[in-house]
Design a protein around this ligand. Structure first.
Ligand code: MTE
Ligand code: MO
Length: 349
């Protein structure tokens, strides 16, 4: 019998679980191994949710039924969705929030209709500044009274990007309920919070949306005790994960394959380097890429090791925008965007 990995539970209500990222080597994460990140209890869906509403600043407000949407031109894109809190557990000093390690990221094939296509059908007025996306789930924020939905906006330009899609298939099957059935916004290059699940209402507005999921949460706060110099969380940092070997493994002398994934929200990954001497010297890993602009890059490195002892394996990715993983992550109070050089300690005996 083949052994199977499992999700790693961070919280059950609402459900927050990590993908077994160290044990997955396929390009497409099977739906059952996709991480789960929820702010609220799962929504109860009704037939109402098979209709996607576009309203606000549009000449022809409309409801699109799932069947209407299925008949429109479709587009498929392979891309990772990464939670902005991925790797939060590694911040030093520690920060509050789900203590995600490496598994708040998963990649698959998303199929849907470009949002720009729907907005061509409804039209939109010139003054439009942002597009607001609302999910069917709702609940309370800690210390607040009122029930609020999960709701976020995109600048019009990002909403109109041809790769911003309303997805209804994941890996060629209808979206799982847990991942947003029937409709999910997919926003390439942005952290996962932008990809609103159970999407049922889209509103075009003339000003800036300032709901709590973009003015309180998903904001980088560089200081512990005040909000100075805060700015919104948007694009993915350049980042990588060492999938194998596992932290604190005990290995024999000889040859070991060090392998993992690397990704970025700007351009493409151009290089992954490995250091076995605490960052003094770096050697290039071999990259393996799909012909897909947003997909993660797989990398591997054959390590010949004869000397027994303890080692730190470092990996750092570079992207085509000249960004590189720093030795120390940019600390911020809510713990977003951790992307310091990836490290795994092992012992050779
Ligand atoms: N409606 C809704 N959409 C949502 C969320 C949510 O709680 N409700 N969480 C967001 C966050 S923070 C992330 S990281 C991703 C997680 O998607 P997943 O659960 O499919 O992995 O969905 C985003 N979209
Ligand atoms: Mo997230």
């Amino acid at each position: 019998m083949k052994n199977k990995p499992f999700l790693t539970t961070r919280k059950l209500q609402p459900e927050n679980q990590e993908s077994p990222i160290h044990f997955l080597s396929t390009w497409l994460t099977p739906a059952k191994y996709f991480y789960r990140r929820n702010h609220f209890p799962y929504p109860s869906l009704t037939d109402r949710h098979l209709w996607l509403q576009i309203c606000g600043n549009v000449p022809q407000p409309r409801f699109f039924h799932l069947n209407d949407i299925l008949s429109l031109p479709e587009k498929s894109i392979i891309l990772p969705v990464e939670c902005a809190g991925n790797k939060r557990a590694y911040f030093d000093p520690k920060v509050h929030g789900e203590q995600w390690e490496d598994g708040a990221i998963s990649q698959g094939k998303w199929t849907g209709v470009p949002l720009s296509h729907l907005l061509e059908l409804t039209g939109f007025y010139n003054q439009t500044k942002e597009v607001v996306f609302q999910g069917a789930d709702f609940g309370r924020k800690p210390d607040k009274e009122d029930l609020i939905p999960f709701k976020r906006s995109l600048p019009l330009e990002k909403a109109l990007h041809p790769d911003t899609i309303i997805a209804y298939l994941y890996n060629d099957k209808p979206l799982d309920y847990t991942h947003g059935y029937p409709f999910r916004l997919i926003v390439p290059n942005w952290y996962g919070m932008a990809s609103v699940k159970w999407l049922y209402k889209i509103e075009l507005i003339n000003d800036s949306f300032n709901g709590p999921f973009q003015t309180e949460d998903y904001v980088y706060y560089p200081h512990k005790h005040n909000d100075h110099k805060s700015f919104p969380v948007t694009t993915l940092q350049v980042n990588s994960t060492i999938q194998q070997p596992l932290p604190f493994s005990i290995l024999n002398t000889g040859v070991h394959e060090i392998k993992g994934i690397a990704w970025t929200g700007k351009g493409v990954i151009t290089e992954v380097e490995i250091s076995l001497d605490n960052g003094d010297t770096w050697q290039k890993a071999v990259l393996e890429r799909l012909n897909e602009p947003y997909a993660w890059t797989k990398w591997s490195f054959l390590w010949h090791v004869e000397k027994k002892g303890e080692y730190s394996i470092y990996a750092r990715a570079k992207d085509s925008q000249g960004r590189i993983q720093p030795m120390n992550a940019f600390w911020n109070r809510k713990g977003y965007g951790y992307n310091a050089v990836s490290k795994v300690n092992v012992k050779i005996e």
